[in-house]
Design a protein around this ligand. Structure first.
Ligand code: SF4
Length: 356
């Protein structure tokens, strides 16, 4: 397949694993290295922490500085550098920043601490947003007024459309995120083949799932008949999960938002819907973020747009490591830089500044 695809394309096929979980799976399993002579596997914009814009991180930090506010967040966000600070730095300076493992924990925090305003940092794609919506529902049903969400949620189809409109980007196929499609379904991704003529495959996160998707993509590249295949039928239905989609539609409204590296994308963010505005931290805490110089030299933006791989960043594994991350792609457990560092950087282990 691989050589036939290369003959038909006149070069090595270039496929993108869109989502951060796939990036980690591809790196950890060694598939990228094993297949590198036959095809190029590049990472995409599917790490939710990584694509959160600098302005949004700065806004979250500004809210954390308000008196009486407790920030509840998943662990990765704590270390993501903003322009001038991070939640970790703010916590060391006295801000109340709590790491949670489920959105309902934030609701419980608010109930147990009525004297505090608990703000949940809502970061994630279609997979995470329904649980946040249910947390809002729970807070409303319990009459908890000191709970709100800074919704930084994003959806996958609009960003893929933006990506595919980039004429400089060479792509012969997309590996689509199985967990997002479990909620959204396969159908919303049909435009990849019909509008852009690019093959795509929805798949899971085991190496065999990914290999099955690669086979489908290469077959399509050879046949010249692109389609959006579902090789994750054990979990993904054509129209996804109807109940989860209904929850999303009730609690969120699509809005244009900024993505790191990809700019402002129409209808790609999820704002809390008007009937639940009381739970919208952006509405309740209209802060002016402090801005600083950011992190010069970090190429996360180009990485998320599919333009470079982590080793092309001059800071990779030198100034930027998991223990001393410069950008979000090295902080997040789903970030491409962290995945490459942990699983694909063994040749230079002796040179790792943090000794890993
Ligand atoms: Fe940014 Fe670090 Fe990745 Fe370079 S290696 S792109 S500085 S996160």
């Amino acid at each position: 397949f691989r050589s036939q695809a290369a003959v038909r394309l006149g070069r090595k096929p270039v496929l993108m694993e869109v989502c951060g979980t796939h990036t980690v799976a591809v790196s950890r399993s060694g598939l990228r290295g094993l297949l590198q002579d036959a095809l190029e596997l590049k990472s995409g914009p599917g790490c939710p922490v990584c694509v959160t814009s600098q302005a949004d991180i700065d806004r979250l930090i500004a809210i954390a500085r308000l008196p009486g506010v407790t920030i509840a967040t998943f662990g990765d966000m704590v270390r993501v550098p903003g322009s001038a600070s991070s939640l970790e730095v703010e916590r060391a300076a006295g801000a109340d920043v709590r790491i949670i493992y489920s959105p309902l924990e934030a609701v419980n925090l608010a109930r147990e601490h009525p004297e505090r305003e608990v703000v949940l940092a809502g970061v994630g794609f279609e997979t995470t947003a329904p649980a946040v919506a249910l947390a809002i529902k729970e807070a409303a049903s319990q009459g908890i007024g000191n709970f709100s969400v800074l919704s930084l949620h994003k959806t996958m189809p609009p960003v893929l459309r933006t990506l595919l409109q980039d004429k400089e980007l060479v792509l012969d196929g997309l590996i689509l995120p199985g967990h997002v499609c479990t909620i959204a379904g396969r159908l919303p991704f049909d435009f990849i083949a019909t509008d852009y003529g690019i093959p795509a495959a929805v798949t899971g996160f085991e190496p065999l799932d990914i290999l099955a998707a690669l086979e489908v993509l290469l077959r399509q590249a050879i046949s010249g008949q692109p389609a959006v295949a579902n090789v994750y039928r054990r979990l993904v239905a054509e129209d996804g999960n109807a109940r989860a989609r209904a929850v999303l539609a009730e609690y969120f409204t699509p809005v244009e938002v900024m993505w790191r590296g990809l700019g402002s994308i129409p209808a790609s963010g999820l704002q809390i819907a008007a009937p639940y505005r009381h739970f919208d931290a952006a509405h309740r805490f209209p802060v002016t973020p402090l801005t600083g110089s950011g992190f010069p030299g970090c190429r996360c933006g180009e990485l998320l747009a599919g333009k470079i791989s982590p080793p092309r960043c001059p800071l990779f594994a030198r100034q930027c490591t998991p223990n001393h991350p410069v950008g979000p792609c090295m902080v997040s457990s789903e970030g491409a830089c962290a995945a490459y560092y942990h699983y694909e950087h063994r040749a230079e282990v002796g040179n790792k500044p943090d000794g890993r």
